[in-house]
Design a protein around this ligand. Structure first.
Ligand SMILES: [Mg+2]
Length: 193
């Protein structure tokens, strides 16, 4: 299957490092729960320009992986799935991103760099996509049947239209992929109606 994954908040633990950057610049001790929305400028009450500076410093820092990301992606890759990494980081950080993915041992087939808010326009066909940004997840739901939202304090929403499925770990992601594979291997006659 063609599987799409966002990086920050899905593969990388962006916020863990961002908290140290915010502490350094503003002497502010943030809990993950304080980050109530994806727009960090709103969370901190700073300008977009200042926000970009902090985000850039975080992306250039020692970002760690989310628990289970490497193990799961390695298994999926060995099983023959196509792994498409989709990010809207700053355009000039593509090499930094490639080096980070390599250093962390993340296997992937393709890396797609998009403008912010435009990931869903990427020229790629996906069976499933995993995101942590609500706006991106909702946008993806127009194109991709299976949208998984990695649960975080900044993406709480009632999801009344069921546009995405909330997941809580990489184990959950793996289970959803296995479920989908099982489903797609059934003949139309086997399918539950
Ligand atoms: Mg993200």
């Amino acid at each position: 299957m063609n599987l799409g994954f966002d990086i920050d908040g899905v593969i990388s633990d962006f916020v863990a490092y961002f908290k140290t950057v915010a502490q350094k610049h503003y002497n502010l001790t943030l809990d993950e729960a304080d980050i109530y929305c994806h727009d960090l400028d709103f969370v901190l009450g700073i300008s977009r320009e200042e926000r970009n500076k902090l985000v850039r410093e975080t992306l250039l820092g020692n970002l760690q992986l989310m628990k289970g990301a490497k193990e799961t992606l390695t298994k999926l890759s060995l099983e023959g799935h196509k792994i498409v990494i989709l990010t809207a980081r700053f355009d000039d950080l593509v090499t930094v991103t490639e080096e980070w993915l390599q250093e962390k041992g993340i296997p992937y087939t393709q890396l797609i760099q998009s403008k912010q808010g435009e990931k869903y326009l990427a020229d790629v066909n996906l069976d499933m996509v995993v995101e942590d940004d609500l706006e991106d997840a909702i946008a993806w739901s127009k194109r991709v049947k299976n949208v998984l939202l990695y649960d975080h304090p900044w993406n709480q929403s009632l999801n009344i239209k069921g546009l995405f499925k909330r997941i809580y770990s990489w184990n959950n992601i793996r289970a959803e992929i296995q479920k989908l594979e099982k489903e797609s291997s059934k003949t139309p006659m086997d399918r539950e109606v």
